[in-house]
Design a protein around this ligand. Structure first.
Ligand code: SF4
Ligand code: SF4
Length: 161
């Protein structure tokens, strides 16, 4: 997928964030902290590696999941954070007719916004993330990635029920 689609998706979300204020102040930016074993990371969308390769604050490696995984070695320059960070704690879900968003089951362990569901984040943010993901889905590789992402997220969802 051409990296310009990632940039378009980022532009759609723009400066919108889950809350009007800095939600990281609620939780100590829990979603930016590594796992207990120092691992963890964010999946990169197809083509996104080209935008981030060579950055000294992160490491990018292939994974058995939907895409390459970016692991942070230091806090990112905010304007360079990957699309997965921009949509968090939302996740794409295919309704059978279109893509929409819901809370990511992987966020349950650390994100204080999860119990309130999508209604607990700014409406403009949720709508923008949905639009951005629908833009990604217009590309066949992007759409396949979203389905693979959802499949993995559902494994966590079912596991943590
Ligand atoms: S864990 Fe949730 S509340 Fe905390 S910074 Fe991340 S998205 Fe915001
Ligand atoms: S890329 Fe930035 S926003 Fe994303 S997890 Fe790393 S430090 Fe946090």
């Amino acid at each position: 997928m051409d990296a310009h689609l990632i940039l378009e998706a980022c532009e759609i979300i723009g400066a919108l964030t889950p809350l009007a204020g800095d939600c990281g102040a609620l939780c100590g930016a829990a979603c930016c902290q590594p796992d207990e074993d120092g691992q963890g990371g964010m999946f990169l969308f197809p083509g996104e590696r080209a935008l981030l390769a060579g950055e000294s604050w992160c490491r990018i490696a292939p994974s058995a999941g939907p895409g390459d995984v970016l692991t942070c070695l230091a806090p990112c320059p905010r304007e360079k954070r990957p699309l997965a960070c921009r949509i968090f704690p939302l996740t794409p879900v295919w309704t059978g007719e279109n893509w929409t968003v819901r809370m990511d089951a992987r966020a349950r362990a650390m994100c204080p916004l999860c119990p309130s569901g999508v209604k607990g984040v700014q409406k403009e943010f949720a709508l923008a993330v949905r639009r951005a993901l629908r833009r990604i889905a217009q590309d066949p590789e992007g759409e396949a990635f979203l389905h693979a992402w959802q499949k993995l997220e559902e494994q966590y969802r079912n596991f943590s029920l």
